[in-house]
Design a protein around this ligand. Structure first.
Ligand code: AMP
Length: 587
């Protein structure tokens, strides 16, 4: 199989020099207006590259991670192609995704973008009653977004038919292979018509991905976004930090970081206009002086915002990439990425606004756990490290605020105009201890400058293991999906540590589950991880160690998930066979 390579050099601007915007990609105009309403101002690099090619109907192999805008890169052309024409009962497009979470996310995005056409989208994944999915399929669906296990189950029951499918998308293909879905994918694609478009997205391109592409894709175009490597002298030398927090805690984390850093002037980047508006409002509601700037504003509004920032009346400017283009704010001390930018180039572009002319600057990124891979890609492109830091605790914040109060009071003590208050001190000291008077004054000064520090703790998310060298090696070993015949093997999340756990009980907080099939039934660690991850909320790293003996297997899972795991394993199949699962009695 020959791949045609498309390597596109992406400039530092999100809109490329030839004016590539959504309207020029060949999408239906209703979709383009919908995107404007969502606040998407320009396509991301993977969208500019993949959308026109996918619209031609050819097969694609795209390298893109979560956060690059890959979902829209395949969803928009898929919807554009289905805007008109007959709607039958059977689906015409199938998207396979590794996890239930991603399935729901992709289905939501497809539904959101495709609203003008009334295209029917259905997510199907393990863990949801299958009857409801069967009912929805019977009523008629255009696009099915499925995990491989559940798709196969529905195919075997005859509830899902791929006879009318003309587009298949494999999303996060490397993740699907890591979870042991290779055979399921083969079995599913064998049932799809030969005459179809197949598009594959993967964050990495190991040999196994190329092999599966060779088997299922027809003369694919390979799309890779060429990375811009900056010359040594031009690389920014500013301090770069990232905080990993769950999405729900992002605003709180941003507030905490702002309180600790107290920037004189910061530029906060968001991806969409809607996010700019929302975040500006939230920050103002929390007592910061923030101004929003996005492409929907006219020149007079922009000028007003910039004037407020220059005069120091605003300390935070919240903006999209496009709106911030060309801005030169002299006294900028911080760039904050409220979202990890979709392309390393835009990260470089964003943070290049501080630390100019030898001045000190800081670049801070608030990332969701799933965006860590994108951070690593940025580090590799820049050949610079982004330090993953712990969110400052409320104790850190309190210490910092007390420090500021101390400095204010110390400066006041050095003032020579304190005489005005001596009489007041005299009258108070006849009633109260001097210590108490001082403490009360300190408290008042502190509350006046720092406010009430009644802050809640923000839960820390541990950086992904692959962040550190060892984790990456472990993942690499597992990626081969090797079976070591005859030997007992243990797998913890992504890593095999042979036989190490036998004879020991599970770690605190874990429950060992017994499964009634083992090596003799052909069970491999990835089958167990795949079945559990597909059918429950657990991720690969929460599953394991796994011990595979001749006739049985044990796997450790978080104790609170044990019931779910047992139910999931009991209703699914491992290597095509029903198995029994229960709590292990021999711990
Ligand atoms: P994905 O890489 O598909 O997981 O997308 C990451 C996030 O980027 C999602 O929240 C999308 O809504 C958002 N997004 C995708 N394309 C764009 C765009 N062109 N402009 C702004 N945001 C986008």
């Amino acid at each position: 199989m020959g791949f045609e390579w498309v390597s596109r050099q992406i400039g530092t601007d999100l809109v490329t020099a030839d004016g590539s915007d959504f309207a020029s990609l060949g999408l239906r105009s209703e979709l383009v207006s919908g995107l404007a309403e969502l606040g998407y101002e320009a396509p991301t690099p993977i969208q500019s590259a993949a959308i026109p090619e996918m619209l031609t109907g050819r097969d694609l192999l795209c390298q893109a991670a979560t956060g690059t805008g890959k979902t829209a890169a395949f969803a928009l052309p898929m919807l554009s192609q289905r805007a008109e024409g007959e709607r039958g009962t059977r689906p015409t497009a199938l998207v396979l995704a590794p996890t239930r979470e991603l399935c729901v996310q992709v289905a939501e995005a497809v539904h959101r973008y495709g609203r003008p056409f009334g295209i029917r989208t259905l997510p199907v994944y393990g863990g949801q009653p299958i009857g409801r999915q069967i009912g929805a399929l019977k009523r008629g669906v255009d696009i099915v977004v499925a995990t491989p296990g559940r798709a196969l189950d529905l195919l075997e029951r005859g509830s899902l038919s791929l006879a009318d499918v003309t587009t298949v998308v494999l999303d996060e293909a490397d993740e699907m292979l890591d979870m042991g879905f290779a055979e399921d994918i083969d079995a599913i694609l064998d049932q799809a018509p030969g005459q179809r478009q197949t598009v594959m997205f993967s964050a990495t391109m190991p040999k196994r991905i190329l092999k599966i592409a060779a088997r299922h894709l027809n003369d694919p175009l390979r799309i890779e976004i060429a990375r811009e490597v900056l010359p040594e002298g031009e690389r920014p030398t500013i301090k770069q930090t990232a905080y990993i927090v769950a999405r729900v805690h992002k605003v709180a984390a941003l507030g905490r970081v702002l309180d600790i850093e107290t920037p004189a002037a910061a530029l906060v980047f968001c991806r969409t206009r809607a996010e700019v508006d929302q975040l500006t409002e939230t920050l103002n509601g929390r007592g910061y002086r923030a101004e929003g700037l996005h492409g929907g504003m006219d020149q007079a509004q922009r000028d007003r915002v910039m004037a407020r920032l220059r005069s120091g009346n605003a300390e935070l400017l919240v903006a999209t990439d496009v709106a911030a283009r060309g801005l030169d704010i002299e006294h900028l001390t911080h760039v904050i990425n409220f979202d990890v930018p979709a392309a390393p180039e835009s990260y470089v572009h964003r943070i290049g606004r501080v630390g100019r002319g030898g001045k000190k600057g800081a670049a801070i990124t608030i990332a969701e756990p799933r965006e860590q891979r994108l951070l690593r890609t940025i580090e590799r492109t820049m050949k610079q490290r982004i330090e993953i830091a712990k969110i400052p605790s409320s104790a850190d914040l309190r210490a910092r605020r007390l420090g500021a109060t101390r400095a204010t009071l110390a400066a006041a003590c050095l003032d020579d105009d304190l005489g005005d208050y001596r009489e007041l001190l005299g009258s108070l000291s006849s009633e109260f201890d001097l210590d108490d008077i001082a403490l009360a004054a300190i408290k008042m000064a502190h509350l006046a400058t720092a406010g009430d520090a009644g802050e809640v703790e923000i839960p820390q998310v541990e950086p992904a293991r692959a962040e550190r060298g060892k984790g990456a090696r472990d993942r690499g070993r597992n990626k081969g999906g090797r079976d070591r015949d005859g030997s007992k093997e243990s797998i913890r999340g992504g890593s095999i540590d042979s036989g190490a756990r036998r004879g020991k009980g599970p770690r605190p907080g874990k429950q060992r589950i017994f499964i009634s099939a083992g090596r003799e039934a052909g069970i491999r660690p990835q089958d167990v991880v795949g079945a559990i991850a597909n059918e429950t909320d657990l991720t690969g790293s929460q599953i394991g160690p796994i011990d595979i003996a001749g006739r049985f297997t044990t796997v450790d899972v978080p104790a609170e998930a044990a019931k779910d795991v047992i139910a999931a394993l009991s209703r699914t199949r491992l290597k095509g066979k029903r198995v029994k699962a229960r709590k292990d009695r021999h711990e």
